[in-house]
Each structure stands twice: as structure tokens, then as C-alpha cells.
Design a protein around this ligand. Structure first.
Ligand code: HEC
Length: 122
């Protein structure tokens, strides 16, 4: 019986670790996992996945001038539906089947931090 209680306690502790609310840390993990391979950890578009034969460079998120041309809605559109949804390269994959709405909202905030820009309003 004592063993069983110990086991239950361990499960409860593990459970708490997994079920935390989505916060900034989670968004960073999502970015690192799905986006950094192309866009780079710091957003410069220099991720390990980018080879010489990439037809277009992944957007440099630290280029505030370029990033200011996009509204948050533009970004959401491209992230969910991929480059072609905004007449951009299909090298930018669609993520609507992989990421939740909350993930995408978090990513947009993360990218705005990387560019230190507010983006086009509207
Ligand atoms: C396989 C490589 C690759 C991955 C992975 C990737 N991207 Fe991209 N992304 C690109 C490329 C290439 C472009 C540039 C497309 C162009 O300019 O035609 C781009 C462009 C963008 C743009 C700018 C679109 C615009 O209108 O200028 C945003 C925002 C973006 N990506 C967000 C993300 C996010 C968020 C993730 C992770 C969920 C991600 N990308 C993962 C390759 C990638």
C-alpha cells in the first residue's frame, strides 16, 4: 500500500509539470522547434536548415524595416497557410495542421520581440 501511494505521488508531480498554462517559455520552445531551423535562433534567417540552394532566404525577423511592413494579421496568415497564401515562397511551410491558434499568437509576439517593431497597424 505504501508503494502505491508513493507511485501516485510521483504521477501527480509529473502531471503538474506537463499541464502548466502556455507561457513565454513554451512559445520559445515552439519557435526553437519549428521555426529556428530556417529563421535562426535569433531570427536572422540563418538557421541550420538553410542551404545554398534555398531559392529564397527565410525572412530575417531582426530587420525591423521589413518586418514593419507586415501586420500581425499578415503574419498569422503566412504562418497558418504558408508562403503561397501571401504570394511568397512555398519554402515557408503552412503550420495550421501543426500549431494551435494560441501557439501562433505567441509566435507573433515572439517575432515582434525579435524585430523590436510593432508592425503595420490595421
Ligand atoms: C523550411 C524553412 C522554414 C521554416 C521551418 C519556417 N519558415 Fe518562415 N519563411 C521561410 C522562408 C523561405 C520565408 C520567405 C518567403 C519569401 O520571402 O518568399 C519565410 C517567411 C516567413 C515570414 C514572413 C512572411 C512575409 O510575408 O514576409 C514569417 C512571418 C514566417 N516565415 C514565420 C515563420 C514561423 C512562425 C515559423 C515556425 C512556426 C516558420 N516561419 C518556419 C522558411 C521557413
Amino acid at each position: 500500500m505504501k508503494r502505491l501511494i508513493q507511485f501516485a505521488t510521483v504521477l501527480a508531480i509529473l502531471g503538474m509539470g506537463v499541464a502548466g498554462p502556455a507561457g513565454a517559455e513554451d512559445t520559445e520552445a515552439v519557435y526553437k522547434f519549428y521555426c529556428a531551423q530556417c529563421h535562426g535562433l535569433t531570427g536572422k534567417g540563418d538557421g541550420p536548415n538553410v542551404s545554398k540552394d534555398f531559392p529564397v532566404s527565410p525572412r530575417n525577423f531582426t530587420n525591423a524595416k521589413e518586418m514593419d511592413k507586415l501586420t500581425d494579421a499578415d503574419m498569422k496568415n503566412v504562418i497558418l497557410d504558408g508562403g503561397p497564401a501571401a504570394s511568397k515562397s512555398p519554402m515557408m511551410p503552412p503550420w495550421s495542421k501543426t500549431l494551435s491558434e494560441a501557439d501562433v499568437v505567441g509566435l507573433i509576439k515572439h517575432i515582434r520581440k525579435l524585430c523590436a517593431c510593432k508592425g503595420k497597424q490595421g
